[in-house]
Design a binder for this molecule. Structure first.
Ligand SMILES: C/C(=C\CNc1ncnc2c1ncn2[C@@H]1O[C@H](COP(=O)(O)O)[C@@H](O)[C@H]1O)CO
Length: 184
């Protein structure tokens, strides 16, 4: 199964963020799944990729050409897709993915995972496979916003329940282990 991971191009202040990136990358590699991610060597992005490779896993990176030219890409990946734009990258990652995970991150991570959430919401191709790893309550303010959307009738309880917010890598991987690859 291809597990898409979106995460920070920085480490963040809480060491638990980097630990989660490493633990998730290790699980993906050791469990025989494949990591699909943004292709960079920096921050938590680099950690998840190197951990997956070190655990014997395959890693597909999808990197816009301008980042490759800047020398940001992780060059020892199983496969590095060289795309033109950030939009092309997001589309390719969704096309490749069987499950989608956001670790703590910044606006880039939010942009990527909310596109997946919209596709879940609209019952397009990625239904019920969207996870935001709520390390140390990082996503609690976002959960509050989603609760407010339910309260204000912009989102239903049933729709909200499709977005999963595991609090630990162990909880997340227990859910991932129960999924199968989507049909091609
Ligand atoms: C040029 C430098 C860092 C390169 N930054 C990024 N490299 C690759 N991908 C990136 C980068 N910044 C954002 N992204 C994408 O968004 C997500 C992370 O963004 P966030 O704002 O840090 O959460 C990530 O999944 C990427 O797909 C040196 O400064």
């Amino acid at each position: 199964m291809n597990v898409v991971v979106y995460c920070g191009s920085n480490y963040g202040t809480d060491p638990a963020f980097a630990e989660a990136a490493t633990a998730l990358g290790t699980w993906i590699g050791a469990s025989g799944n494949r990591l699909v991610y943004g292709g960079s060597s920096v921050g938590c992005m680099g950690l998840v990729a190197r951990a997956c490779l070190a655990a014997g896993g395959e890693v597909y990176g999808v990197e816009p050409h301008f980042f490759i030219e800047q020398g940001v890409a992780q060059m020892d990946l199983t496969r590095l897709y060289d795309v033109q734009t950030m939009s092309e990258r997001k589309a390719k990652m969704i096309e490749l993915g069987d499950a989608f995970v956001a670790l703590p991150g910044g606006v880039g991570t939010m942009e990527e995972i909310t596109e997946v959430m919209v596709r879940v919401h609209l019952e397009l191709d990625v239904r019920d496979r969207c996870f935001l790893l709520n390390v140390d309550g990082f996503y609690d303010p976002f959960v509050q916003l989603l609760d407010s959307m339910v309260e204000k009738r912009f989102l239903s309880e049933a729709e909200l329940a499709k977005f999963r917010f595991p609090r630990t890598v162990a909880e997340l991987t227990a859910e991932l282990a129960g999924l199968e690859a989507l049909p091609l």
